[in-house]
Design a binder for this molecule. Structure first.
Ligand SMILES: [Zn+2]
Ligand SMILES: [Zn+2]
Length: 467
């Protein structure tokens, strides 16, 4: 009897160790089961040897020959249990923990643990996904004026990348309702500038937002504070993703390529950059990343190739460098920008670089909402309006103030009145101009004085309100 009791105790130790390992498995990679198996094997063999020694010591040789095969059979059972256990049990355990937790501010290590957990829980279906048919993916670049809001749907799941400025909240709400989306599996706030984060609040009131990725957990801006409030109120999970993190969205995989730096003078260069692969197709979204972050990503040497590129920073000339475009090799480039925007987006240099690589360009300011549909092999585009618009028309051609030479449009140059200035783009507006709402708070300034004063300070009149 003693050898069997001893044997049982040793194997109990194996299971305790295995249990400890399983809790570690939530954080670690799937190397763990192999290690568990090894530990089980070592302890099992020690248990068997000890058992046999005792057996040999206490009994005659005749009985010893019976004990060996009996122990070996038990050994095999133990090995099988140790080997199969983690894969079968870990999945339900992990999916329940994910829904239980809701944190507003997470530390970086927690954030990483959270994302790896999601990743690892999705790995098992992925292994067997080859036999499955691929779900179509649709990318909607919403028309939110000057700003970004991009929605992806695939296999019943949805991802929203940015939401435009605060006054686009209604557009986000209406679009999600129109498309019948009730759950946002992943929301990405690429960076906390208001033209990206402001409208995200609309999504919380019509869908169940599960996880929110943001490059920072603190930022004083109104839109970001609003986002934090909604994450708290609606029980979403805020995660700071790390480069290399992945998220499975139906048949597509979202991978984080940036930001690489932890701090940047220009917040745009902390933009979360994601590459979405869907069968043979890939999509690249770069937020407002400038050439600086693009260069950092290129230096990593990761695969950035994409059929579809959401151009960085609304088609600014400070983004979409030649080197970056050469690496991405996009067939389709989409610029999300507003008519008469204060920044002159998309800029001439950007348009020329896109033209030079022979890519097709789509623009929300000219074509409204843009839809890109992928079946995993082919891609097609649909626009809300003007499918055949000349998207390489310059900002100046489309929106610049016409120099009529008729001074009577502004007969009272010396009349003092209220204006609103954009100190970055150096444009001035009438206070009721619809584009005043799109000016980033940090660049907005009220001014009382004459038109002449402003012109002499280097300001130019808005092309919309023509002050
Ligand atoms: Zn922006
Ligand atoms: Zn920005």
């Amino acid at each position: 009897m003693i050898p069997y009791i001893l044997y049982g105790l040793v194997n109990l130790a194996v299971f305790i160790l295995y249990g400890v390992d399983k809790s570690k498995a939530k954080r670690g990679k799937w190397r763990i089961p192999e290690r568990t198996l090894l530990i089980a094997a070592v302890f099992g063999v020690i248990g068997a040897l000890l058992g046999m020694l005792f057996f040999h010591h206490k009994t005659k040789k005749a009985k010893f020959s019976l004990g060996v095969p009996a122990i070996l059979v038990i050994e095999v059972v133990i090995f099988l249990l140790a080997g199969c256990g983690p894969k079968q049990e870990a999945v339900p355990v992990e999916t329940t923990t994910v829904t239980q937790e809701s944190t507003v501010t997470v530390t970086e290590s927690e954030a990483q643990a959270e994302t790896t957990r999601e990743t690892s829980s999705e790995e098992i279906p992925e292994e067997t996904s080859e036999a499955r048919t691929i779900d179509p993916l649709t990318m909607y670049v919403l028309d939110v004026g000057q700003g970004d809001a991009i929605l992806f749907t695939c296999g019943g799941q949805a991802m929203l990348v940015d939401g435009g400025s605060s006054h686009s909240s209604d557009i986000i709400y209406a679009t999600l309702k129109e498309l019948g989306i009730t759950k946002i599996d992943l929301m990405i706030s690429t960076h906390p500038h208001d033209d990206h984060v402001g409208g995200l609040s609309g999504a919380f009131y019509v869908t169940d937002v599960k996880t929110v990725w943001s490059p920072v957990t603190e930022y004083e801006g109104y839109g970001f504070q609003n986002l934090l409030g909604n994450i708290d109120r609606f029980g979403a999970k805020l995660v700071v993703p790390a480069v290399g993190d992945t998220f499975v969205l139906g048949s597509a995989t979202v991978e984080v390529l940036g930001p690489i730096a932890e701090e940047e003078e220009d917040l745009n260069d902390l933009s979360i950059v994601v590459r979405i692969t869907h069968g043979a197709n890939a999509f690249l979204l770069t937020g407002d990343a400038t050439v600086n972050e693009e260069a950092q990503i290129l230096a990593l040497g990761v695969d950035v190739r994409a059929n579809v590129l959401k151009a960085g920073h609304h088609g600014s000339e400070h983004s979409s460098s030649e080197a970056f475009l050469a690496a991405v090799q996009p067939e389709i480039v989409i610029a999300s920008c507003g008519a008469y925007n204060d920044h002159g987006h998309p800029m001439d240099a950007f348009l020329n670089r896109i033209k030079a690589i022979g890519a097709r360009l789509y623009r929300t300011d000219l074509q409204g909402r843009i839809m890109v549909i992928s079946d995993g092999e082919t891609i097609r585009c649909e626009t809300e309006k003007n499918p055949d618009a000349d998207t390489f028309q310059t900002y100046h051609e489309l929106y610049a103030v016409r120099e009529t030479g008729e001074d009577d449009e502004h007969p009272e140059e010396n009349e003092t009145r209220d204006y609103v200035l954009n100190t970055k783009s150096m444009k001035f507006h009438l206070p009721d101009c619809k584009y005043v709402g799109e000016i980033y708070e940090g660049h907005k300034q009220e001014f009382h004085g004459t038109r002449e004063d402003l012109l002499s300070q280097g300001y130019t009149p808005c092309g919309n309100c023509k002050p």
